[in-house]
Design a protein around this ligand. Sequence first.
Ligand SMILES: Cc1cc2nc3c(=O)[nH]c(=O)nc-3n(C[C@H](O)[C@H](O)[C@H](O)COP(=O)(O)OP(=O)(O)OC[C@H]3O[C@@H](n4cnc5c(N)ncnc54)[C@H](O)[C@@H]3O)c2cc1C
Length: 405
Amino acid sequence: MSTFSLDPGPDQLAVRDWLHGFAADVMRPAAAEWDEREETPWPVIQEAAKLGIYSLDFYAQQFFDPSGVGIPIAMEELFWGDAGLGLAITGTTLAAVAVLANGTDEQIGTWAPQMFGTPEDVKLAAFCSSEPDAGSDVSALRTRAVYDEAKDEWVINGTKTWATNGGIAHVHVVVATVDPELGARGQASFVVPPGTPGLSQGQKFKKHGIRASHTAEVVLDGVRVPGSCLLGGKEKLDERLARAREGARKSGKNAAMATFEASRPAVGAQAIGIARAAYEVALDYARTRVQFGRPIIDNQGVAFQLADMKTRIDAARLLVWRASWMAATNQPFTSAEGSMSKLYAGETAKYVTSQAMQLLGGNGYTREYPVERMHRDSAIYTIFEGTSEIQRLVIARAISGMPIR
Ligand SMILES: Cc1cc2nc3c(=O)[nH]c(=O)nc-3n(C[C@H](O)[C@H](O)[C@H](O)COP(=O)(O)OP(=O)(O)OC[C@H]3O[C@@H](n4cnc5c(N)ncnc54)[C@H](O)[C@@H]3O)c2cc1C
């Protein structure tokens, strides 16, 4: 029986303090500028790479931390620094997790290092699942991968949308259907190596928040990748497809869903970082802002708002840590605890940043203070990695055992 401890231990605390320093000294001073520029903050990513924060080694160490809280602690600190820059620094991990979750040891060894590059030559990776007509409904993907047996190559055609780092990434991981009749069970993930002809960036989106993170369409026009780029390999895919065609009960993991499940608590931790940052600004402001001859925090109405903000942040963190610990110790997610943690943390970030803006009055509404940016940044946390409604659907199905629609 594995024990559950809320003491992260000295190693994780040291990582937390180290990242906190980077977040405070490098990210925060740069946050407003890159939010306005809406460009990939290469100098910040390069600085993170130089320090070993943007590196496969660092994420692998946190990912394999046996307590499970390595990744949530890292995410919370970086996103406390700034969410747009945080996503620019961590966006690659979504593609890396897809390779880790679905790839063979050889594929992991080949592709994971290339996704990060080196401190001298930093690279990014992108995970491309969503499509214009397949967002929440991942079973509706139209991007098609067809096997060319004579050449042992897969030919991929389709249009992906909303891809973080899409088009500017060195390595793209693309989820495509290999048998449209099988829906989600007929899908597979492919690595598209750097410089592969036929892959291009479509529209780059102008966004409400997390504007330092690049989000774009990715067009795949006759993209040919070697057979070795099918994550997990052809034999495993053929077995999985045969089982699905026989109508066997769902046994294997759906490629895209497996990736989302593994990353949900980590995304919740990012939301907590934003919420904590906004709460701290609001607490500080409420203590020092004087109206009616006393600090505004002297009013119960204001102090109680802060009490609720702090309570929700701590509750969200407990859910995220529990889910991360469950994942690390292979506990079954019988009540969709991973989705629960992302749902609650995302909603908390939106709530706390909105309350923080209110507490700062007119100042909260301007770009002179960071809560306006934090409020914009928080909004994505009820949308990506499964909307709040989809998290509720997953939880409802898990607790009821019913095919709730
Ligand atoms: C900034 C950003 C970055 C992203 N990064 C990536 C990435 O790197 N890779 C990637 O593959 N994708 C990425 N996404 C895509 C993201 O995961 C999708 O936007 C998300 O899954 C929602 O899909 P959709 O936008 O098509 O909305 P829709 O699925 O069209 O949903 C619209 C609304 O309908 C609701 N809804 C839909 N179905 C149901 C239902 N059954 N019950 C109740 N409500 C429902 C939704 O909750 C939502 O409120 C990103 C998106 C954004 C905005």
